[in-house]
Ligand binder design. Structure first.
Ligand code: IFM
Length: 476
């Protein structure tokens, strides 16, 4: 590889012995069994059953039927050689209405999952919230209601008590950006609300839930080696060459997408420019005295989800706007107070999501996090690509996914060589699954799922990843 202009297609690069290679999923995307064993409805059940919300009317009712195939899925992970498995817990399985007594059958499922992982030598990484809010809480305002943050802390405490002796690493929230801005701003995700004010209120209550949840977990867990984290989908934002408006657009999107979370969580303050940019939308009076101290809890690792970059400029109101920002046709805007930022089509190649493949963005992100938070260890908690894979004579030849993974692992390795304290990498995703508003039309798995028979087939990328884990180096 030429050091001047890396193409990131490297092989042979070695990873340290304690670097954890695994893969990730989320409850609603794989479990199915949505009405079984006392699980209550979540906002994604409601949303997906509302006509027009999800492509082809797909729902998570069956998904990968992981709930019923737990043991064989665990065996599959073991055969693939995974060292960790990042899963999420469906809050409505634990508390059907989002509060009150816990459902023993819900707990039993996750307890069996954690035991099954440990028995196979796979470290459990548990996410408490990956978007499936109990519908009963949404009926009282969801993340726009401060009480939801307190209910989340109660749920976190229950989970810490139940699984805290065995879970290696806890993550409070997955991608609160999506929960807040896509759920309450653009409305392309559940609960489908389109209000800038609601989105910013949700941002704060999600941050508060993170802080309260982390404290509640720590109180409940006695295991000294346990690690605590949050997972953010930080945006890598680029400007349009020679466009004078780009720096302003970059600053605005950085404030909304990145610093709205890293500010309170890691520095104990919302950025002044974020408050100013959104002044026409809200006065932020939902931030009460003492909240920022509650949110600013120490974490052991920051989870980083990375897929692609965005390129922005300010829209002048006259010329036609460029493209949307890769999150589907939005009725509302996911950018409260900055709706005139224009998201420009980026150079390819692209994945099946239309997202540009940019491993340099991952290297840049990891380096910039090290610069901003020098003592904070990082873990890539999601990275991967959707392609339209097919099983042909029992095999899935997903060369493009292997290429994507190779290039992003090369980027991660390069960042580590430059001093980034990166602890692990979790491929998104273990298996094809319900891709939210896109239903089952986008395949991210390193394992193929036939949605008629639910048969699993390890893709070539899954075999390649297994080889990487065994050798601790990027294979040919
Ligand atoms: O499928 C999602 C996941 O739930 C959260 N991060 C991004 C993935 C791909 O869109």
């Amino acid at each position: 590889m030429n050091e001047g202009t890396p193409d990131y297609r490297d092989s042979g690069l070695e990873f340290p012995a304690d670097f954890v290679f695994g893969s990730a999923t989320a409850a609603y995307q794989i479990e199915g069994a949505v009405r079984q064993d006392g699980r209550g409805p979540s906002i994604w059940d409601t949303f997906s059953h509302t006509p027009g919300r999800v492509l082809h009317g797909h729902t998570g009712d069956v998904a990968d039927d992981h709930y019923h195939r737990l043991d064989s899925d665990l065996d599959l992970m073991k055969r693939m050689g995974l060292e960790s498995y990042r899963f999420s817990i469906a809050w409505p399985r634990i508390q059907a209405l989002g509060s009150g007594a816990v459902n023993p059958k819900g707990l039993a499922f996750y307890s069996r999952l954690v035991d099954g992982l440990l028995a196979r030598g796979i470290a459990p990484i548990a996410t408490l919230y990956h978007w499936d809010l109990p519908q009963a809480l949404e009926d009282r305002g969801g993340w726009t209601n401060r009480d939801t943050s307190h209910r989340f802390a109660e749920y976190a405490h229950h989970m810490g008590e139940a699984l805290g002796d065995r879970v290696a690493m806890w993550t409070t929230l997955n991608e609160p950006w999506c929960s807040a801005y896509l759920g309450y701003g653009s409305g392309v995700h559940a609960p489908g609300i389109t209000s800038g004010r609601a989105a910013l209120t949700a941002v704060h209550h999600l941050n508060l839930a993170h802080g309260l949840g982390l404290s509640a977990l720590r109180d409940a867990v006695a295991r000294p080696a346990t690690q605590y984290s949050a997972t953010l989908n930080l945006h890598v934002i680029r400007g349009v060459e020679d466009d004078e408006s780009s720096p302003e657009a970059i600053r605005r999107i950085d404030a909304l997408a990145n610093r709205a979370f890293t500010g309170p969580m890691l520095r104990g303050a919302y950025p002044d420019d974020l408050i100013a940019d959104t002044a026409s939308v809200t006065d932020w009076r939902f931030v009460r005295p003492g909240d920022l101290e509650l949110i600013n809890q120490p974490i052991d690792v920051l989870g980083v989800n990375y897929y692609s970059t965005v390129t922005v400029r300010m829209w002048d109101g006259r010329t036609p706007r460029a493209t949307a920002d890769g999150h589907g046709e939005a009725a509302g805007s996911p950018w409260p107070g900055s709706t005139t930022v224009d998201f420009v089509q980026q150079p390819g190649p692209y994945t099946d999501m239309g997202w540009n493949i940019a491993p340099d963005g991952l290297e840049e992100l990891l380096l910039s996090l090290r610069e901003k938070f020098p003592t904070l260890p990082l873990m890539i908690t999601e990275n991967g690509a959707a392609f339209p894979d097919e099983v042909v004579e029992g095999r899935v030849h997903d060369e493009r996914r292997i290429d994507y993974l190779r290039r992003h692992l090369t980027a991660a390795h390069r960042a580590m060589q430059q001093g980034v304290d990166l602890r692990g990498y979790q491929v998104w995703s273990l298996m094809d699954n319900f891709e939210w508003a896109y239903g089952y039309t986008k395949r991210f798995g390193i394992v193929h799922v036939d949605y008629d028979s639910l048969e699993r087939t390890v893709k070539d990328s899954g075999h390649w990843y297994g080889e990487l884990i065994r050798g601790r180096r990027i294979p040919e």
